[in-house]
Structure formats: C-alpha cells, structure tokens
Design a protein around this ligand. Structure first.
Ligand SMILES: Cc1cc2nc3c(=O)[nH]c(=O)nc-3n(C[C@H](O)[C@H](O)[C@H](O)COP(=O)(O)OP(=O)(O)OC[C@H]3O[C@@H](n4cnc5c(N)ncnc54)[C@H](O)[C@@H]3O)c2cc1C
Length: 416
C-alpha cells in the first residue's frame, strides 16, 4: 500500500525526473507521472501560483504544495522523513537500510537496544530495486523489493528503532569504546556498538560517455520504476546474473523486445534455474553471448550502442534508448580506509574466523577472538553483501543482520 500519493510532472528524457521516480518507487510512495513538453504546460495542468518560478520536474504533494526541480532531500524533508537523532547515545548504530540493516534494526529494537539506522539513499538497498523477489521464504507468489523493505521499515519503527534517511557518515572516530559519527547534515550519532550493512553499489561498464548518459538511457540496476516507460522499446539488459535475469523477465512484460548482453558463453553457471527456464520461454527475450557494450552514442540522450562479440571480434551498432546495467557491484566501504577495520582486496570487510586465517591480526585488541561477523575493531560488526565471502541473497543478508545483533548483545555485556 503506498504511503502517500504525489504527482510528478516532467519532460520525457529528464535525468532529474528519473532520479525522483526511482526514489519514489523505492520508497513506496505512490505517484502519477505526467509527461509535459515544457514548463509552460505545467501552468495549464497544476495549481501553479502567479509568482512561482516554474521549473521541471515539478512535484505536487498531497497538500497541493508544488516543489520545482526538488532535490531528493527536499522531497524527503517535505514528506516529513528528515528527522534528527533523538538520543545522545545509542546501544547500536546501523549503517545501511537494505535487508541486512533493516533486519538488524528489527531484532535489536525488539530486544530492547536503543537502535538507530542511518541510510544514505532510500530504504531497501539493492533488494528495494528488485521488481519481484521470488525466492524469499514465506512469499510463494513473490514480493516486490520495495514492498518487502517498506514492511521491514514499519516493523523496525514499531519496535522503536529510529531511521535517518538520506544521510551518511562523513567522519567516524572510535574513542572511549564508542563510535562517534558525524553525519552529512552536521548531526552526531554516538553508539556503543555498530553494524555496517552498507552492501554494494552497481558496477559501471567503464566506457567513455557512460556518465554523460547516466539516467538518460543508461540506468544502473533493474530500474523497476522505468518499466512502464519501456512500452514498445527494445530494452538492453547487461549482465548474466540473477539480478539481470530478473530484470529481463520484468521488462519483457512491457518492452517490445529485451536483449540480454552477456559476457560469458552460457547462463547456466550464473543464473538460478527457475530464471533460466523462464527466460527460455519468453519469446521477446534474446540473449547475446560473449558480448559486451563497447561504445555509446547520442546527443543529449542515448541513441545507439556498439556491441562487440568478443569471440568473433565483430562490432555492430544498434539503436538503443534504454540500457540497464546489472553487472554486480563493489562494496561501500571506502569510509573504512583510514580505520583499523581490515578489508579484503576487493574492499569487503573481513569478519570473525576469516580474520584469523594468518593468525590474530595486529590490530585486534582483545584477549578473546573476534565474534562471527565482528570486524577487526571490537564492537564493529558487518552483515550482508558488504562482508567478505557473503552469499549475496536477501535471505542471507536478513539472517546475518539478525545474527549480528546476538553478537552485539555479547559485546555490550563485556563492556558494561
Ligand atoms: C535488481 C536486483 C534483484 C535481486 N533479486 C534478488 C532475489 O530475487 N533474491 C535474492 O535473494 N537476492 C536478490 N538480489 C540480491 C539482494 O538484493 C542483496 O543480496 C541484498 O539486498 C543485500 O542486502 P544488504 O542489506 O547486505 O545490502 P544492500 O541491499 O546493498 O543495502 C545496502 C544499503 O546501504 C546503503 N549505504 C551504502 N553506503 C552507505 C553509507 N555510507 N551510509 C549509509 N547507508 C549506506 C545503501 O544505500 C543501501 O540502501 C537482487 C539484487 C538486485 C540488485
């Protein structure tokens, strides 16, 4: 059930309008998307005031207030979502509100810990961008990632967890056995323990022009908000993993044709068999194997792509306006560069027994070995995709979030 309903007016290929649509969709805010030819048209369609400086995109809130070309934090603030931390100190701060962070928040708050969760973007993380999660326990018909995340948010709030959205830490320091974090809006969060559940962010193609066409034809992730805009288009989905497979199936219900661009020579080693068989049955999905996008062309928006068959060494140009990149991600752990937290070569946090493979690390300060899911800094835990050797599934992220809370209790008992 959408929490609120708003109306978004904008031009067809507006990058800014896409960012707002994506945020609204992931935040389960119901919206109507109205395409206009320019700002002048808005005056005929919306309750514009005489002295308003009219700009697109424009968002009309339920109370009739119009936000012109708003930032995401302006929208969140008007929807009443930008709260300040309520307490001087928390038992647990959680970074990231994907499945791992939300699960940790539900268990921690329900078990009486003073809990705060800080999310850089929207609730749900990668899962929140998924159109239909079909392999999560208890949802035989599948559940959209945004709906799952919204339910988890309500559950965490019900138990008393505080959630700060569109905020991230800019400075973190450990002293007196506590983590002191300064957030981007200047507020401070002090906590006796923390769980990092910051997941991964989409990997790019790394070809020239890519940033120029971002959200103007090139989209990262499954872009669930974009599917209704793909009717009669040929949609390209890059990647051969489950998120790419799921995106291809979802878009096939809207687009005229879906073309998967896959680097490998088959899908069976990278795709779950239920997705593989479903793709095989969809007449409007084609898979190009051994292929990569090697160039992008267009003026303001993307118009054409070059696909190279790496086996045959043949490159061809195709008309393309909608390309979705689903090629995995890199962990959001840059903030830990200057801390004592040990990361692997890919940047993932090493936790628990994995820290002991070459003996006790020099940074480790306690007599006892690190708990499972504990990083090389006592009281700092990692859960979900951000963790070295994690499984990269919603269920395992949820499980790790819950499990991390058990170790948080043990750690807090030690430090009383
Ligand atoms: C399109 C798609 C479809 C998928 N489908 C399935 C499926 O069907 N079944 C399945 O089991 N798995 C699926 N997955 C994988 C699954 O979504 C992930 O394994 C899961 O979301 C990982 O959860 P997480 O909480 O560890 O991390 P994420 O979901 O990555 O969440 C991390 C959160 O941390 C936030 N963050 C990052 N940095 C900071 C910071 N510095 N401060 C604060 N917040 C920060 C991010 O904004 C994000 O919200 C899919 C993934 C994608 C992309």
């Amino acid at each position: 059930m959408p929490l609120t309903t708003v109306k978004l007016y904008g031009e067809l290929d507006s990058r800014e309008a896409y960012i707002i649509r994506d945020f609204l969709k992931r935040s389960v805010v119901g919206y109507e998307w109205v395409i206009l030819d320019g700002p002048e048209q808005l005056k005929e369609r919306a309750p514009v005031k005489e002295d308003d400086v009219v700009k697109l995109p424009a968002l009309v809130l339920p109370d009739g207030v119009i936000l012109y070309d708003p930032s995401i934090s302006e929208i969140a603030s008007k929807l009443g979502w930008l709260l300040k931390p309520q307490l001087n100190e928390y038992d647990l701060s959680i970074y990231g509100a994907g499945p791992a962070g939300l699960s940790a928040a539900v268990y921690a708050a329900s078990e009486g810990l003073r809990t705060i969760i800080i999310e850089r973007e929207a609730i749900g993380g990668q899962a929140g961008t998924s159109s239909l999660i079909e392999n999560y326990l208890g949802f035989p018909d599948g559940v959209s990632g945004a709906e799952l995340a919204e339910r988890a948010r309500q559950q965490a709030v019900k138990f008393g967890a505080e959630i700060l959205l569109i905020r991230n830490g800019v400075k973190a320091m450990y002293f007196n056995n506590k983590l002191h974090v300064e957030l981007i809006d200047g507020s401070k969060v002090i906590s006796r323990s923390n769980i990092c559940a910051t997941g991964v962010q989409y990997r790019k193609l790394n070809i020239s022009n890519e940033d120029r066409f971002r959200n103007l034809g090139i989209f990262y992730g499954a872009g669930a908000s974009e599917a209704p805009m793909c009717i009669n288009y040929t949609v390209y989905v890059v990647g051969g993993g489950n998120s790419a497979g799921q995106a291809a199936i979802y878009f096939s219900a809207f687009a005229a044709k879906v073309i998967m661009v896959v680097r490998g020579s088959d899908l069976s080693s990278t795709l779950s068999s239920y997705l593989l068989s479903r793709i095989g049955k969809k007449k409007n999905i084609t898979v190009l194997f051994n292929s990569e996008i090697t160039a992008l062309y267009g003026d303001i928006v993307l118009k054409e792509i070059e696909i190279t068959d790496q086996k045959k060494n043949i490159s061809k140009k195709y008309a393309a306006q909608k390309v979705f990149i689903c090629i995995g991600g890199i962990p959001n752990t840059d903030w830990a560069k200057n801390t004592k937290i040990i990361r692997d070569n890919g940047g993932y946090f090493i936790t628990g027994a994995d820290l002991l493979i070459n003996g006790i690390p020099a940074q480790w300060e306690l007599e006892r070995p690190p708990f499972y899911l504990e990083t090389s800094v006592p009281g700092s835990f990692a859960a979900g995709d951000v963790r070295h050797n994690s499984v990269k599934r919603v269920a395992s992220a949820v499980g790790e979030g819950a499990m991390a809370v058990t170790f948080v209790h043990k750690y807090l008992q030690e430090t009383y």
